[in-house]
Design a protein around this ligand. Structure first.
Ligand code: GDP
Ligand code: IMO
Ligand code: MG
Length: 437
């Protein structure tokens, strides 16, 4: 069985919490795209973890985790995270953590280029995490990237660094930054990749073998549908494919081996960084945005940037459901809306007085869109930590049903707090089918 977990909005939907919650039912948890631009927070009792590169399943001692070929890996960030987890009592060994030989490395010049590229864009900057993600994927597509396997051959590593740095330094210097030195980069990276060597594996083969042995595999998406480089709000996107198709490519598995897709949907929307956000709460609604930001702790887990907050966008989420083929949805952060007297849901878009029900391709159109809202009554009761669906206030249940209906997908679980057990598991025929065997 292979299940993919995918963020339906602009990220930070609570993928980490849901992966951690479901990990018990799986044997292997794998990431398939992105890098340490992700920040997946998991709370277990009084312990807090933020996973950036490592799959959230790593917290469970008996799970094997995989960093797939579709990822970009900063070796320094990798070991910082491994060391951080070790200091939090999580044992990480090559037996339970496998890094694809085909994943690409993020090099120090990628970080520098992320900065210069944002500087060049000025007012039109993307608002990236400045982790070097975009430039590393550019090198991959440009066929000059350095893969983990290449880096393990010292002569190849040195050659590639020298060749790539020549070009990178021209841009770096153009932006008034000090040029980087090839020998310094080589010394730093070659030490790190030596430490990485025992973790390196043919992860596609490992996943194929695991499947043959009837192991259950969870593919953990990072970022989200509307940040997908093909399907998101381009150019305000990340440089990988978080969507379901990307899971097959980035984990290196046959697409028809995927059993099902679980969408992670928040009861409202947020966005970090720049780019169109039709339902953003601005002007008179800023107070509501502040309330949600405070109740939902909406600050970047990686960059600590305050997240932009907005109402639930059914047009965008329906688009995500269709693109990824969500079989079921985990709805997160219901409790955050407890304080609101009224809750708006965007059920359609209007552009120049015309109603459109599909998500437009051009960012410029999205900036001009007027969301059409329906207003639902808030429940103004405490739902924090509810586990029994019968304990939900009637209006909260009505809100959940409205969202489910508006995106056309059954909701399999509702999250009512950051903790593992603050969850309502609903009777959902789809999810029950997955876990039956
Ligand atoms: P991810 O990137 O999708 O894994 O999401 P993040 O971890 O970046 O952001 C989600 C935040 O919301 C984290 O701090 C979670 O602990 C928290 N969270 C997840 N589910 C819930 C929930 O149902 N209620 C509340 N209040 N917080 C939640
Ligand atoms: P998780 O997995 C929210 C955003 C950045 C920026 C854009 C491009 O925690 O949901 P990048 O550094 O990837 O080139 O930045 O994508 N972004 C995220 N936003 N959650 C994330 O990850 C994100 N990863 C990248 O803010 O707008
Ligand atoms: Mg996050």
């Amino acid at each position: 069985m292979i299940i993919v977990i995918i963020g339906a909005q602009w990220g930070d939907e609570g993928k980490g919490k849901v992966v951690d919650l479901l990990a018990d039912r799986f044997d292997v948890v794998a990431r398939y795209q992105g890098g340490h631009n992700a920040g997946h927070s998991v709370y277990v009792g009084d312990r807090a973890f933020v996973l950036r590169l490592l799959p959230s399943g790593i917290i469970h001692a008996d799970k094997t985790c995989v960093l797939g070929n579709g990822m970009v890996i900063d070796p320094k960030a990798f070991f910082e995270e491994v060391d951080q987890m070790t200091s939090q009592g999580i044992a990480i060994t090559p037996e339970r953590l496998k890094v694809s030989s085909r994943a690409h490395l993020i090099m120090p010049y990628h970080r520098a280029l992320d900065h210069t590229s944002e500087e060049r864009l000025g007012n039109e900057k993307i608002g990236t995490t400045l982790r070097g993600i975009g430039p590393a994927y550019e090198d991959k597509a440009g066929r000059r990237g350095i893969r983990v396997a290449d880096a393990l051959v010292p002569e190849l590593l040195r050659l590639r660094i020298e060749r790539n740095l020549e070009e990178a330094n021209r841009i770096i210097v153009l932006y008034g930054r000090p040029p980087l030195r090839a020998d310094e980069i080589f010394d730093e990276i070659s030490l790190l990749v030596e430490r990485l060597r025992p973790f390196v594996a043919e992860t596609s083969h490992f996943l194929a073998e695991s499947k043959k042995q009837n192991k259950k595999i969870l593919l953990e998406g990072a970022q989200a549908t509307l940040l997908d480089v093909d399907h998101g709000t381009y150019p305000y996107v990340t440089s990988s494919n978080p969507t379901a198709g990307g899971a097959a490519v980035g984990a290196g598995i046959p697409p028809h081996h995927i059993t099902g897709v679980l969408g992670i949907v928040r009861t409202y929307a947020t966005r970090v960084g720049e780019g169109p956000f039709p339902t953003e709460m601005t002007g008179a609604e800023e107070e509501t945005a502040n309330l949600i930001r405070q109740r939902g702790n909406e600050y970047g887990s990686v960059t600590k940037r305050p997240r932009r907050c907005g109402w639930f966008d059914a047009v965008a989420t329906r688009y995500a459901a269709e693109l990824n083929g969500f079989d079921s949805v985990a709805l997160t952060k219901l409790d955050v809306l407890d304080a609101l007297a009224e809750i708006k849901v965007c059920t359609g878009y209007e552009i120049d007085g015309r109603r459109i029900d599909t998500f437009p391709a051009v960012s410029h159109d999205l900036e001009r869109i007027k969301p059409v809202y329906e207003t639902l009554p808030g429940w103004q009761e405490d739902t924090v930590g509810i586990t029994n669906p019968d304990d939900l206030p009637e209006k909260a249940r009505a809100y959940v049903d409205f969202l489910s209906h508006s995106i056309g997908v059954e909701i399999g679980l509702i999250s009512t707090g950051p903790e593992r057990d603050q969850t309502i598991i609903l009777r959902d025929s789809v999810m029950e089918g997955w876990f039956k065997s």
